[in-house]
Design a protein around this ligand. Sequence first.
Ligand code: ATP
Ligand code: MG
Length: 431
Amino acid sequence: MSTKKIQAIRGMNDLLPEQSTLWQYFEGQVRALMQRYGYDEIRTPIVELTALFKRSIGEVTDIVEKEMYTFEDRNGDSLTLRPEGTASCVRAAMEHGLLHNQTQRLWYQGPMFRHERPQKGRYRQFHQIGVETFGLEGPDIDAELILLSARLWKQLGLFEHVTLELNSLGSSDARAAYRERLVAYFDQHFDQLDEDSRRRLSSNPLRILDAKNPAMADMLAGAPRLIDHLDEESRKHFAALTGMLDAAGIEYLINPRLVRGLDYYGRTVFEWTTNALGSQGTVCAGGRYDGLVEQLGGKPTPAVGFAMGIERLILLLETLALVPDAVRGELDLYLLPMDDSATSQALLLGERLRSALPELALQLHCGGGSFKSRIKKADKSGARLALLIGEDELANGTATVKFLRDSRDQLTLAQDELIATLTSLLADASA
Ligand code: ATP
Ligand code: MG
Protein backbone atom coordinates (compact mmCIF):
# COMPACT_ATOMS: atom_id res chain seq x y z
CA MET A 1 0.00 0.00 0.00
CA SER A 2 1.23 3.47 -0.81
CA THR A 3 2.06 5.60 2.21
CA LYS A 4 2.10 8.83 0.24
CA LYS A 5 -0.02 11.45 1.95
CA ILE A 6 -3.34 12.17 0.28
CA GLN A 7 -3.83 15.83 -0.47
CA ALA A 8 -6.70 18.05 -1.53
CA ILE A 9 -7.60 18.21 -5.20
CA ARG A 10 -5.86 20.97 -7.16
CA GLY A 11 -7.94 24.12 -7.28
CA MET A 12 -10.11 23.05 -4.34
CA ASN A 13 -9.29 24.84 -1.14
CA ASP A 14 -9.59 24.15 2.55
CA LEU A 15 -10.89 27.05 4.54
CA LEU A 16 -8.99 27.17 7.82
CA PRO A 17 -10.37 28.71 11.02
CA GLU A 18 -8.35 31.89 10.63
CA GLN A 19 -10.07 32.51 7.29
CA SER A 20 -13.51 31.24 8.11
CA THR A 21 -14.20 34.12 10.52
CA LEU A 22 -13.76 36.52 7.60
CA TRP A 23 -16.09 34.42 5.46
CA GLN A 24 -18.66 34.42 8.24
CA TYR A 25 -18.44 38.18 8.49
CA PHE A 26 -18.96 38.51 4.75
CA GLU A 27 -21.79 35.98 4.65
CA GLY A 28 -23.44 37.62 7.66
CA GLN A 29 -23.44 40.99 5.90
CA VAL A 30 -25.02 39.43 2.82
CA ARG A 31 -27.66 37.48 4.75
CA ALA A 32 -28.77 40.57 6.65
CA LEU A 33 -28.87 42.60 3.45
CA MET A 34 -31.02 40.03 1.64
CA GLN A 35 -33.47 40.11 4.49
CA ARG A 36 -33.61 43.90 4.38
CA TYR A 37 -34.50 43.80 0.68
CA GLY A 38 -37.08 41.03 1.06
CA TYR A 39 -35.18 38.19 -0.65
CA ASP A 40 -35.65 34.56 0.47
CA GLU A 41 -32.96 31.91 0.50
CA ILE A 42 -33.20 28.80 -1.68
CA ARG A 43 -30.91 25.77 -1.35
CA THR A 44 -30.62 23.28 -4.18
CA PRO A 45 -28.51 20.12 -4.61
CA ILE A 46 -24.89 20.40 -5.68
CA VAL A 47 -25.42 17.74 -8.35
CA GLU A 48 -27.95 17.95 -11.20
CA LEU A 49 -28.66 16.12 -14.43
CA THR A 50 -26.07 17.17 -17.01
CA ALA A 51 -28.85 18.04 -19.45
CA LEU A 52 -29.97 20.92 -17.21
CA PHE A 53 -26.70 22.78 -17.70
CA LYS A 54 -26.34 21.90 -21.37
CA ARG A 55 -29.80 23.25 -22.10
CA SER A 56 -29.50 26.42 -20.02
CA ILE A 57 -25.88 27.57 -20.17
CA GLY A 58 -25.54 26.52 -23.82
CA GLU A 59 -23.69 23.68 -25.59
CA VAL A 60 -21.00 25.86 -27.11
CA THR A 61 -20.04 27.91 -24.06
CA ASP A 62 -16.67 27.44 -22.34
CA ILE A 63 -18.41 26.12 -19.25
CA VAL A 64 -20.24 23.31 -21.01
CA GLU A 65 -17.55 22.57 -23.59
CA LYS A 66 -14.61 22.24 -21.25
CA GLU A 67 -15.20 23.16 -17.64
CA MET A 68 -17.87 20.86 -16.21
CA TYR A 69 -17.30 18.02 -13.75
CA THR A 70 -19.51 15.43 -15.41
CA PHE A 71 -19.71 11.78 -14.48
CA GLU A 72 -21.94 8.77 -14.71
CA ASP A 73 -23.50 7.59 -11.49
CA ARG A 74 -24.21 3.95 -10.69
CA ASN A 75 -27.51 4.06 -12.56
CA GLY A 76 -25.79 5.24 -15.72
CA ASP A 77 -27.29 8.77 -15.47
CA SER A 78 -25.07 11.62 -16.57
CA LEU A 79 -24.69 13.99 -13.63
CA THR A 80 -22.76 17.24 -13.23
CA LEU A 81 -21.44 19.16 -10.24
CA ARG A 82 -23.14 22.51 -10.66
CA PRO A 83 -20.90 25.08 -12.39
CA GLU A 84 -23.26 27.95 -11.46
CA GLY A 85 -26.50 28.53 -9.60
CA THR A 86 -29.03 30.00 -12.01
CA ALA A 87 -29.98 26.80 -13.82
CA SER A 88 -30.62 24.90 -10.58
CA CYS A 89 -32.58 27.78 -9.19
CA VAL A 90 -34.83 27.94 -12.26
CA ARG A 91 -35.27 24.18 -12.23
CA ALA A 92 -36.28 24.16 -8.55
CA ALA A 93 -38.59 27.15 -8.89
CA MET A 94 -40.38 25.48 -11.83
CA GLU A 95 -40.51 22.08 -10.20
CA HIS A 96 -42.17 23.44 -7.04
CA GLY A 97 -44.58 25.85 -8.68
CA LEU A 98 -42.83 28.99 -7.38
CA LEU A 99 -43.31 30.72 -10.72
CA HIS A 100 -47.02 30.16 -10.94
CA ASN A 101 -48.82 33.55 -10.98
CA GLN A 102 -46.35 35.07 -8.58
CA THR A 103 -43.10 36.93 -8.45
CA GLN A 104 -40.05 35.66 -6.62
CA ARG A 105 -36.95 37.26 -5.18
CA LEU A 106 -34.53 34.49 -4.25
CA TRP A 107 -30.91 34.21 -3.18
CA TYR A 108 -28.56 31.28 -2.73
CA GLN A 109 -25.04 30.56 -1.66
CA GLY A 110 -22.68 27.66 -2.03
CA PRO A 111 -19.87 25.92 -3.87
CA MET A 112 -19.67 25.78 -7.68
CA PHE A 113 -17.34 23.59 -9.74
CA ARG A 114 -15.48 24.37 -12.94
CA HIS A 115 -12.43 22.63 -14.33
CA GLU A 116 -10.40 25.77 -15.08
CA ARG A 117 -6.71 26.48 -14.73
CA PRO A 118 -6.26 27.31 -11.04
CA GLN A 119 -4.66 30.67 -10.25
CA LYS A 120 -5.20 33.52 -7.84
CA GLY A 121 -8.92 34.28 -7.82
CA ARG A 122 -9.74 31.30 -10.03
CA TYR A 123 -10.38 27.88 -8.56
CA ARG A 124 -12.06 24.59 -9.44
CA GLN A 125 -14.30 24.65 -6.43
CA PHE A 126 -15.29 28.22 -5.70
CA HIS A 127 -18.20 29.84 -3.93
CA GLN A 128 -20.89 32.17 -5.12
CA ILE A 129 -23.68 34.12 -3.58
CA GLY A 130 -26.37 34.72 -6.14
CA VAL A 131 -29.70 36.43 -6.50
CA GLU A 132 -32.45 35.49 -8.95
CA THR A 133 -35.77 37.25 -9.44
CA PHE A 134 -38.71 35.96 -11.46
CA GLY A 135 -41.84 37.49 -12.93
CA LEU A 136 -40.51 41.05 -13.03
CA GLU A 137 -39.78 42.67 -16.36
CA GLY A 138 -37.87 45.60 -14.99
CA PRO A 139 -36.09 47.92 -15.40
CA ASP A 140 -36.98 48.76 -11.78
CA ILE A 141 -35.91 45.32 -10.59
CA ASP A 142 -32.70 45.51 -12.64
CA ALA A 143 -31.96 48.78 -10.85
CA GLU A 144 -32.80 47.25 -7.47
CA LEU A 145 -30.28 44.44 -8.00
CA ILE A 146 -27.59 46.96 -8.81
CA LEU A 147 -28.48 49.12 -5.81
CA LEU A 148 -28.49 46.07 -3.55
CA SER A 149 -25.00 45.09 -4.67
CA ALA A 150 -23.82 48.70 -4.41
CA ARG A 151 -25.06 48.82 -0.82
CA LEU A 152 -23.08 45.70 -0.04
CA TRP A 153 -19.89 47.25 -1.46
CA LYS A 154 -20.53 50.35 0.65
CA GLN A 155 -21.04 48.32 3.81
CA LEU A 156 -17.82 46.43 3.18
CA GLY A 157 -15.84 49.58 2.31
CA LEU A 158 -15.35 48.38 -1.27
CA PHE A 159 -17.47 50.86 -3.16
CA GLU A 160 -14.56 53.15 -4.09
CA HIS A 161 -12.67 50.18 -5.48
CA VAL A 162 -15.20 48.72 -7.92
CA THR A 163 -16.63 49.86 -11.24
CA LEU A 164 -20.05 49.05 -12.63
CA GLU A 165 -19.99 48.02 -16.29
CA LEU A 166 -23.27 47.88 -18.12
CA ASN A 167 -24.56 46.75 -21.50
CA SER A 168 -27.75 45.64 -23.20
CA LEU A 169 -27.91 42.53 -25.35
CA GLY A 170 -31.33 43.42 -26.73
CA SER A 171 -34.04 41.01 -27.80
CA SER A 172 -33.23 37.65 -29.36
CA ASP A 173 -34.26 39.02 -32.77
CA ALA A 174 -31.95 41.99 -32.36
CA ARG A 175 -29.16 39.64 -31.28
CA ALA A 176 -29.73 37.36 -34.29
CA ALA A 177 -29.57 40.30 -36.70
CA TYR A 178 -26.51 41.65 -34.93
CA ARG A 179 -24.85 38.26 -35.03
CA GLU A 180 -24.97 38.30 -38.83
CA ARG A 181 -23.54 41.79 -38.96
CA LEU A 182 -20.78 40.76 -36.57
CA VAL A 183 -19.89 37.57 -38.44
CA ALA A 184 -19.64 39.59 -41.66
CA TYR A 185 -17.24 41.97 -39.92
CA PHE A 186 -15.11 39.16 -38.50
CA ASP A 187 -15.05 37.45 -41.93
CA GLN A 188 -13.53 40.62 -43.33
CA HIS A 189 -10.87 40.53 -40.60
CA PHE A 190 -10.43 36.78 -40.49
CA ASP A 191 -6.62 37.00 -40.64
CA GLN A 192 -6.61 38.92 -37.34
CA LEU A 193 -8.66 36.35 -35.42
CA ASP A 194 -6.79 34.03 -33.08
CA GLU A 195 -7.46 30.31 -33.10
CA ASP A 196 -10.02 30.41 -30.30
CA SER A 197 -11.95 33.15 -32.02
CA ARG A 198 -11.95 31.37 -35.37
CA ARG A 199 -13.49 28.37 -33.66
CA ARG A 200 -16.16 30.61 -32.14
CA LEU A 201 -16.96 32.36 -35.39
CA SER A 202 -19.60 29.82 -36.32
CA SER A 203 -20.60 28.63 -32.83
CA ASN A 204 -20.64 31.72 -30.61
CA PRO A 205 -19.40 34.86 -32.40
CA LEU A 206 -20.59 37.28 -29.68
CA ARG A 207 -18.09 35.73 -27.32
CA ILE A 208 -15.24 36.85 -29.58
CA LEU A 209 -15.95 40.38 -28.33
CA ASP A 210 -14.82 39.20 -24.91
CA ALA A 211 -11.43 37.92 -26.18
CA LYS A 212 -8.54 39.14 -24.03
CA ASN A 213 -5.87 38.79 -26.76
CA PRO A 214 -4.20 42.25 -27.06
CA ALA A 215 -3.35 41.60 -30.71
CA MET A 216 -7.07 41.64 -31.47
CA ALA A 217 -7.88 44.80 -29.50
CA ASP A 218 -7.86 47.29 -32.41
CA MET A 219 -9.89 45.02 -34.64
CA LEU A 220 -12.44 44.46 -31.84
CA ALA A 221 -12.68 48.19 -31.16
CA GLY A 222 -13.86 48.67 -34.74
CA ALA A 223 -16.51 45.94 -34.60
CA PRO A 224 -20.19 46.89 -34.88
CA ARG A 225 -21.84 47.42 -31.48
CA LEU A 226 -25.04 45.69 -30.48
CA ILE A 227 -26.01 48.63 -28.33
CA ASP A 228 -26.26 50.76 -31.50
CA HIS A 229 -28.72 48.28 -33.05
CA LEU A 230 -31.10 47.53 -30.21
CA ASP A 231 -34.78 46.89 -30.80
CA GLU A 232 -37.02 49.73 -29.63
CA GLU A 233 -38.30 47.97 -26.48
CA SER A 234 -34.81 47.02 -25.29
CA ARG A 235 -33.56 50.52 -26.01
CA LYS A 236 -36.31 52.00 -23.81
CA HIS A 237 -35.68 49.41 -21.10
CA PHE A 238 -31.99 50.27 -21.04
CA ALA A 239 -32.63 54.02 -21.07
CA ALA A 240 -35.03 53.65 -18.13
CA LEU A 241 -32.47 51.61 -16.21
CA THR A 242 -29.65 54.09 -16.73
CA GLY A 243 -32.07 56.88 -15.80
CA MET A 244 -32.80 55.19 -12.47
CA LEU A 245 -29.11 54.65 -11.80
CA ASP A 246 -28.42 58.31 -12.59
CA ALA A 247 -31.18 59.33 -10.18
CA ALA A 248 -29.69 57.09 -7.49
CA GLY A 249 -26.23 58.53 -8.05
CA ILE A 250 -24.70 55.22 -9.14
CA GLU A 251 -21.97 55.71 -11.73
CA TYR A 252 -21.54 53.19 -14.51
CA LEU A 253 -19.53 52.61 -17.62
CA ILE A 254 -21.37 51.43 -20.71
CA ASN A 255 -19.24 48.65 -22.14
CA PRO A 256 -20.61 47.63 -25.55
CA ARG A 257 -18.38 44.54 -25.55
CA LEU A 258 -19.74 43.11 -22.32
CA VAL A 259 -21.41 39.86 -23.39
CA ARG A 260 -21.11 37.32 -20.49
CA GLY A 261 -20.11 33.71 -21.02
CA LEU A 262 -23.51 32.06 -20.78
CA ASP A 263 -26.06 31.89 -23.56
CA TYR A 264 -29.20 32.70 -21.65
CA TYR A 265 -28.70 36.44 -21.23
CA GLY A 266 -30.67 39.16 -23.07
CA ARG A 267 -31.20 42.87 -22.48
CA THR A 268 -29.43 44.06 -19.30
CA VAL A 269 -26.02 42.60 -18.48
CA PHE A 270 -23.65 44.03 -15.89
CA GLU A 271 -20.42 43.35 -14.08
CA TRP A 272 -18.73 44.89 -11.06
CA THR A 273 -15.00 44.89 -11.71
CA THR A 274 -11.88 45.92 -9.84
CA ASN A 275 -8.29 46.69 -10.80
CA ALA A 276 -6.92 45.37 -7.52
CA LEU A 277 -6.99 41.65 -8.36
CA GLY A 278 -5.05 41.43 -11.61
CA SER A 279 -6.79 39.65 -14.44
CA GLN A 280 -9.43 38.02 -12.19
CA GLY A 281 -11.11 41.41 -11.85
CA THR A 282 -14.82 40.57 -12.06
CA VAL A 283 -16.26 40.19 -8.57
CA CYS A 284 -19.94 40.14 -9.46
CA ALA A 285 -21.77 39.53 -12.71
CA GLY A 286 -25.31 39.17 -13.86
CA GLY A 287 -28.10 40.12 -16.16
CA ARG A 288 -31.52 39.47 -17.54
CA TYR A 289 -32.55 36.07 -18.87
CA ASP A 290 -36.19 36.39 -19.88
CA GLY A 291 -36.05 33.37 -22.20
CA LEU A 292 -34.59 30.74 -19.88
CA VAL A 293 -37.68 29.50 -18.06
CA GLU A 294 -39.44 28.87 -21.34
CA GLN A 295 -36.33 27.26 -22.78
CA LEU A 296 -36.43 24.79 -19.88
CA GLY A 297 -40.08 23.95 -20.52
CA GLY A 298 -41.91 26.53 -18.40
CA LYS A 299 -44.16 29.46 -19.23
CA PRO A 300 -42.42 32.63 -20.48
CA THR A 301 -41.19 34.32 -17.30
CA PRO A 302 -39.03 37.43 -17.13
CA ALA A 303 -36.01 36.95 -14.87
CA VAL A 304 -32.90 38.80 -13.81
CA GLY A 305 -30.12 37.92 -11.39
CA PHE A 306 -26.45 38.09 -10.54
CA ALA A 307 -23.75 36.06 -8.82
CA MET A 308 -20.70 37.20 -6.94
CA GLY A 309 -17.53 35.23 -6.36
CA ILE A 310 -16.86 35.01 -2.64
CA GLU A 311 -13.15 34.11 -2.95
CA ARG A 312 -12.47 37.19 -5.08
CA LEU A 313 -14.36 39.47 -2.69
CA ILE A 314 -12.50 38.04 0.30
CA LEU A 315 -9.20 38.50 -1.56
CA LEU A 316 -10.20 42.06 -2.28
CA LEU A 317 -11.02 42.78 1.37
CA GLU A 318 -7.63 41.37 2.37
CA THR A 319 -5.72 43.12 -0.39
CA LEU A 320 -7.22 46.47 0.55
CA ALA A 321 -6.85 45.78 4.31
CA LEU A 322 -10.56 46.25 4.84
CA VAL A 323 -11.00 43.50 7.41
CA PRO A 324 -12.54 45.00 10.57
CA ASP A 325 -10.86 44.11 13.88
CA ALA A 326 -14.10 42.78 15.29
CA VAL A 327 -14.05 40.02 12.69
CA ARG A 328 -11.44 38.07 14.60
CA GLY A 329 -14.06 36.39 16.79
CA GLU A 330 -12.15 36.51 20.05
CA LEU A 331 -12.92 34.60 23.21
CA ASP A 332 -14.05 36.53 26.26
CA LEU A 333 -13.26 34.00 28.91
CA TYR A 334 -11.09 30.96 29.49
CA LEU A 335 -12.52 28.85 32.32
CA LEU A 336 -9.79 27.02 34.09
CA PRO A 337 -10.05 24.31 36.73
CA MET A 338 -6.69 24.60 38.55
CA ASP A 339 -6.46 20.86 39.06
CA ASP A 340 -8.49 17.79 38.19
CA SER A 341 -10.61 17.92 41.36
CA ALA A 342 -12.29 21.09 40.03
CA THR A 343 -13.03 19.79 36.53
CA SER A 344 -16.61 18.78 37.06
CA GLN A 345 -17.47 22.01 38.95
CA ALA A 346 -15.91 24.04 36.15
CA LEU A 347 -17.93 22.20 33.55
CA LEU A 348 -21.17 23.02 35.39
CA LEU A 349 -20.18 26.62 36.04
CA GLY A 350 -19.41 27.04 32.34
CA GLU A 351 -22.89 25.86 31.41
CA ARG A 352 -24.49 28.20 33.99
CA LEU A 353 -22.57 31.19 32.67
CA ARG A 354 -23.43 30.40 29.07
CA SER A 355 -27.13 30.15 29.98
CA ALA A 356 -27.07 33.46 31.84
CA LEU A 357 -24.88 35.38 29.36
CA PRO A 358 -25.82 34.45 25.79
CA GLU A 359 -23.25 36.86 24.32
CA LEU A 360 -20.35 35.40 26.29
CA ALA A 361 -17.72 33.42 24.37
CA LEU A 362 -16.33 31.01 26.95
CA GLN A 363 -13.86 28.21 26.41
CA LEU A 364 -13.38 25.52 29.05
CA HIS A 365 -9.94 24.15 29.70
CA CYS A 366 -9.99 20.44 28.90
CA GLY A 367 -7.24 17.88 28.91
CA GLY A 368 -5.66 18.35 32.35
CA GLY A 369 -1.96 19.25 32.64
CA SER A 370 0.15 21.05 35.21
CA PHE A 371 -1.01 24.41 36.59
CA LYS A 372 1.70 26.15 34.62
CA SER A 373 0.66 24.59 31.33
CA ARG A 374 -2.98 25.43 32.06
CA ILE A 375 -2.14 29.10 32.54
CA LYS A 376 -0.12 29.06 29.34
CA LYS A 377 -3.11 27.71 27.44
CA ALA A 378 -5.34 30.39 28.96
CA ASP A 379 -2.94 33.02 27.70
CA LYS A 380 -2.70 31.47 24.25
CA SER A 381 -6.47 31.22 23.93
CA GLY A 382 -6.65 34.95 23.23
CA ALA A 383 -9.33 35.43 25.89
CA ARG A 384 -9.35 38.65 27.87
CA LEU A 385 -10.24 37.00 31.13
CA ALA A 386 -9.45 33.72 32.83
CA LEU A 387 -11.76 32.33 35.47
CA LEU A 388 -10.02 30.01 37.90
CA ILE A 389 -11.45 27.41 40.23
CA GLY A 390 -9.16 25.51 42.59
CA GLU A 391 -9.30 23.96 46.03
CA ASP A 392 -10.01 27.24 47.88
CA GLU A 393 -12.68 28.29 45.43
CA LEU A 394 -14.34 24.87 45.68
CA ALA A 395 -14.36 25.09 49.47
CA ASN A 396 -15.68 28.68 49.57
CA GLY A 397 -18.04 28.67 46.59
CA THR A 398 -15.96 31.35 44.87
CA ALA A 399 -14.15 31.85 41.55
CA THR A 400 -11.15 34.00 40.69
CA VAL A 401 -11.11 36.38 37.73
CA LYS A 402 -7.67 36.97 36.25
CA PHE A 403 -7.09 39.76 33.73
CA LEU A 404 -4.98 38.32 30.95
CA ARG A 405 -4.60 41.48 28.86
CA ASP A 406 -4.64 44.31 31.44
CA SER A 407 -2.40 44.86 34.42
CA ARG A 408 -5.13 44.65 37.00
CA ASP A 409 -5.25 42.71 40.23
CA GLN A 410 -7.24 39.52 40.16
CA LEU A 411 -10.65 39.42 41.85
CA THR A 412 -12.05 36.60 43.92
CA LEU A 413 -15.82 36.62 43.85
CA ALA A 414 -18.67 34.59 45.25
CA GLN A 415 -20.06 32.47 42.40
CA ASP A 416 -23.42 34.25 42.88
CA GLU A 417 -21.84 37.62 42.08
CA LEU A 418 -20.08 36.34 38.99
CA ILE A 419 -22.79 36.96 36.46
CA ALA A 420 -23.23 40.62 37.43
CA THR A 421 -19.48 41.24 37.52
CA LEU A 422 -18.82 39.54 34.20
CA THR A 423 -21.67 41.48 32.62
CA SER A 424 -20.11 44.78 33.59
CA LEU A 425 -16.57 43.68 32.69
CA LEU A 426 -17.74 42.61 29.22
CA ALA A 427 -19.70 45.84 28.76
CA ASP A 428 -16.53 47.84 29.65
CA ALA A 429 -14.56 45.88 27.10
CA SER A 430 -16.95 46.46 24.22
CA ALA A 431 -17.39 50.16 25.05
P1 ATP B 1 -14.58 34.93 -15.55
O1 ATP B 1 -14.74 35.79 -16.77
O2 ATP B 1 -13.71 35.55 -14.49
O3 ATP B 1 -14.20 33.52 -15.87
P2 ATP B 1 -17.34 34.15 -15.52
O4 ATP B 1 -17.96 35.06 -16.51
O5 ATP B 1 -17.00 32.77 -15.94
O6 ATP B 1 -16.03 34.85 -14.89
P3 ATP B 1 -19.73 33.91 -13.93
O7 ATP B 1 -20.11 32.60 -14.46
O8 ATP B 1 -20.50 35.09 -14.35
O9 ATP B 1 -18.17 34.14 -14.19
O10 ATP B 1 -19.69 33.85 -12.33
C1 ATP B 1 -19.94 34.97 -11.50
C2 ATP B 1 -18.75 35.28 -10.62
O11 ATP B 1 -18.25 34.11 -10.00
C3 ATP B 1 -17.55 35.83 -11.36
O12 ATP B 1 -17.69 37.18 -11.58
C4 ATP B 1 -16.44 35.53 -10.40
O13 ATP B 1 -16.40 36.51 -9.36
C5 ATP B 1 -16.85 34.22 -9.82
N1 ATP B 1 -16.16 33.11 -10.48
C6 ATP B 1 -16.44 32.55 -11.68
N2 ATP B 1 -15.59 31.53 -11.95
C7 ATP B 1 -14.75 31.45 -10.88
C8 ATP B 1 -13.66 30.58 -10.54
N3 ATP B 1 -13.27 29.59 -11.34
N4 ATP B 1 -13.02 30.80 -9.37
C9 ATP B 1 -13.40 31.79 -8.53
N5 ATP B 1 -14.43 32.62 -8.79
C10 ATP B 1 -15.10 32.46 -9.95
MG1 MG C 1 -15.22 31.83 -16.60
